[in-house]
Ligand binder design. Structure first.
Ligand SMILES: NC(=O)c1ccc[n+]([C@@H]2O[C@H](COP(=O)([O-])OP(=O)(O)OC[C@H]3O[C@@H](n4cnc5c(N)ncnc54)[C@H](O)[C@@H]3O)[C@@H](O)[C@H]2O)c1
Length: 257
């Protein structure tokens, strides 16, 4: 018995990083997963691998740029045709740029908001009716610890992630009567391509996390996937509208030693 037996879950940004681990874990827990991304090569390869390992018909890849409403409509139609329904969504796709506010070009600000915030809104809008038609289900949005606090150098990103929490709360209120629970994960520093951009020395980053994070290390994408699984499964059946911080204790307070 898997925790997601019989479920069909669409995961955006599923080609790598946290989305990849969510797809692997959810499929292992019995879900049929729709992997959506703009990285078609890795996304298709992962869907093939999961299908070969767990059985044909367990995973499918769709090209989905979360900023494009027409892509959402096509992805939903493809998922319905392949699996008959959708009753879970993980809005995971996201982009990060480092820039101080006063140096951030408008186009860069809007590009980040477009993926992280508008993409999340479009996902809720496109998929919630499908989940309702399936008799209810779950939406997990991916915010960040910068959805709850500030961090210099990531103004556009932090603004978009604060907005994801607003969307999460309103969606939880508006969709509860349709049997849809909506929650958000707020990861701290997690070891994925996003947090390892070119030019960052891994040794220096490791030393930084040992100092800054109470648990003394960067998080693993599998750990975020486990939280997303909790929020997607019936284990969280009385939970909706909430942000869940997963950050090794970084936001707990100020460490002096
Ligand atoms: N890694 C971290 O430290 C961290 C911390 C807090 C929050 N997050 C959030 O977690 C989520 C996953 O990030 P990650 O760390 O796995 O990063 P990642 O860069 O490894 O993965 C992000 C995925 O999103 C996809 N994507 C980007 N733009 C897209 C678009 N327009 N349409 C569809 N897919 C798109 C990418 O192709 C990629 O596969 C993001 O929302 C990110 O903001 C990450």
């Amino acid at each position: 018995m898997g925790k997601l037996d019989g479920r069909v879950v669409l995961i955006t940004g599923a080609a790598r990083g946290q989305g990849e681990q969510e797809a692997r874990l959810f499929a292992g827990e019995g879900a049929r997963v729709v992997l959506a991304d703009v990285l078609d090569g890795p996304g298709e390869a992962l869907a093939k691998e999961l299908g070969e390992g767990l059985g044909e018909g367990r995973a499918a890849y769709v090209h989905l740029d979360v900023t494009r409403e027409e892509d959402w409509a096509a992805a939903v139609a493809a998922a319905r045709e392949r699996f008959g329904k959708i009753d879970g969504l993980v809005n995971n796709a996201g982009v990060l740029r480092f820039n101080e506010l006063l140096s951030t070009p408008l186009e860069e600000f809007q590009a980040i908001v477009s993926v992280n915030q508008t993409g999340c809104f479009l996902g809720i809008k496109a998929v919630a009716p499908e989940i309702a038609a399936a008799g209810g289900g779950t939406i997990v949005n991916t915010a960040s610890y910068t959805g709850l606090t500030g961090m210099a150098g990531v103004g556009a990103y932090a603004a978009s992630k604060h907005a994801v929490l607003g969307l999460t709360r309103v969606a939880a209120l508006e969709l509860a009567a349709k049997g849809i629970r909506v929650n958000a994960v707020c990861p701290g520093a997690i070891d994925t391509p996003m947090s390892n951009p070119e030019g960052v020395d891994p040794a220096a980053a490791g030393a930084l996390y040992r100092t800054l994070v109470p648990l003394g290390r960067i998080g693993r994408p599998e750990e975020v996937a486990a939280l997303a699984l909790f929020l997607t499964s019936d284990d969280s059946s009385y939970v909706t509208g909430q942000p869940f911080v997963i950050d090794g204790g970084w936001l707990a307070g100020v460490s002096l030693f």
